[in-house]
Design a protein around this ligand. Structure first.
Ligand code: NIG
Ligand code: FE
Length: 399
């Protein structure tokens, strides 16, 4: 038996996988299937069979689907450590943003960086994500705040996508902060002219906006988002993180694939969400980092909403990327069950990014993690430890 190109047999002492058809909503988010002493047969990067153990090329105590971090702010460059101290002394995230710091500080650094510098800085972070079992990652613009630099960020994402086996999805977040040097209308006009370019050059799958207090109000961005959708972009929103401005409602109305953060939503928002196909992406590490409270995850899941988890990795509100830590916070503060965090990080994440992955059943991509522990709960329990033994993407051992 020899290992072919993207063909391999993996023995799992224990295998855990979501059980069913994604996305998993509400109580379905606990449907995890368990099998012992099985072989996963992979041909040409696709799972062909799960059979009783006979012979294998490689073996692990535990095999799960690979993890998907569906919300990061890569590419960026530089530090915002001064804000960390300012917030510890009582300044709020929005105050720092409105006084010209925060996102604007990183924007300045990104504008001054070359495409190559941005690429090289981001590449080092992505290697770390991969070493922690992340097989798919969403990256976005939003630190250019002008056409030239937003496009520069999107080109860096494309280059990252080409140079890593990771499945990288790209989002255009031109509406990340209010520009300092022009009116909103001028900026919206520029961005509208740019959307067809982004589409033609295949530079983004999603269009996103920071719809919140201190950023953009729903009525300022609705028309723009409708236009983006008409061009074929999938939509998502940074919604109601700081204040409930009606961003979640707008996301649902627009048919967004996800509304993200949603710390400040109320029970009627949750009820509308539960009747929609819009998913919710939660990032408890941002809550932890800003000390601003947590999203009502339990109510969302118990109402039947589909949840994905992400890191929000960025230099301001979440310089944290380890999935084990995000999972730890999800268990402790979002009161999510271990099965729910596994599903949120695998099949629901893959589904949100439109990928045929996140489940270990025939016909799905062989994006797998071989763990050094047999207990999935060890990953959030001892979050500083990296339990990843091997990572496979499309059947190839990549870490
Ligand atoms: O998701 N909320 C807006 N945007 C980011 C923060 C980006 C930044 O502060 O640089 C977020 O938390
Ligand atoms: Fe974000």
């Amino acid at each position: 038996m020899s290992i072919g190109d993207r063909s391999i047999v993996i023995h799992a002492d224990r295998l855990l996988t979501p059980d069913g058809i994604p996305p998993f909503r509400g109580t379905e988010m606990r449907k995890v299937n368990e099998a012992f002493d099985v072989d996963i047969v992979v041909e040409n990067g696709i799972i062909e069979d799960i059979r009783r153990h006979k012979d294998a090329h490689i073996s692990a105590k535990l095999v799960t689907p690979g993890l998907f971090d569906v919300h990061t702010h890569i590419p960026f460059i530089g530090s915002r450590s001064k804000e960390f101290i300012m917030r510890a002394q009582g300044k709020k995230y929005v105050e720092i943003l409105q006084s010209g710091g925060g996102i604007h500080h990183t924007t300045e650094l990104v504008r001054n960086a070359t495409e190559d510098e941005l690429f090289r800085y981001s590449r080092e972070w992505i290697k770390k994500f991969l070493s922690h079992g992340i097989v798919g990652l969403e990256c976005k613009s939003g630190y250019g705040l002008d056409v030239k630099n937003e496009l520069k960020q999107l080109r860096v994402i494309k280059r990252l996508h080409k140079s890593f086996p990771l499945k990288i999805s790209s989002t255009f977040l031109g509406l990340h902060a209010r520009p300092k040097d022009k009116t909103i209308d001028e900026y919206l006009d520029e961005l509208k002219e740019t959307l067809p370019v982004i589409k033609n050059e295949n530079l983004a799958q999603f269009v996103d906006a920071f719809c919140d207090k201190g950023a953009y109000e729903p009525d300022e961005i609705e028309e723009f988002m409708v236009y983006a959708k008409s061009l074929g972009f999938d939509l998502r929103l940074h919604a109601d993180e700081i204040e409930n401005v009606g961003a979640t409602r707008l996301g649902i109305k627009l048919g967004a694939r996800s509304v993200d953060h949603v710390l400040k939503i109320d029970t009627s928002d949750i009820s509308v969400l539960s009747r929609s196909s819009t998913m919710v992406t939660l990032m408890p590490n941002t809550s932890f980092y800003l000390g601003e409270g947590f999203a009502p995850a339990r109510e969302l899941i118990d109402s039947g909403v589909a949840i994905a988890l992400g890191s929000d990795f960025n230099p301001g509100s979440a310089p944290i990327y380890q999935p084990g830590f995000v999972m730890h916070l999800a268990i402790k503060f979002l009161k999510m069950e271990p099965e729910e965090i596994l599903i949120a990080y695998t099949s629901n994440g893959a589904y949100l990014l439109g990928l045929n992955s996140g489940i270990i059943v025939p016909k799905f991509s062989a994006d797998l993690i071989l763990w050094k522990t047999s207990e999935f709960i060890d990953i959030p329990y001892m979050f500083q430890e990296n339990f990843v033994d091997h990572v496979l993407i499309d059947g190839r051992i990549v870490a």
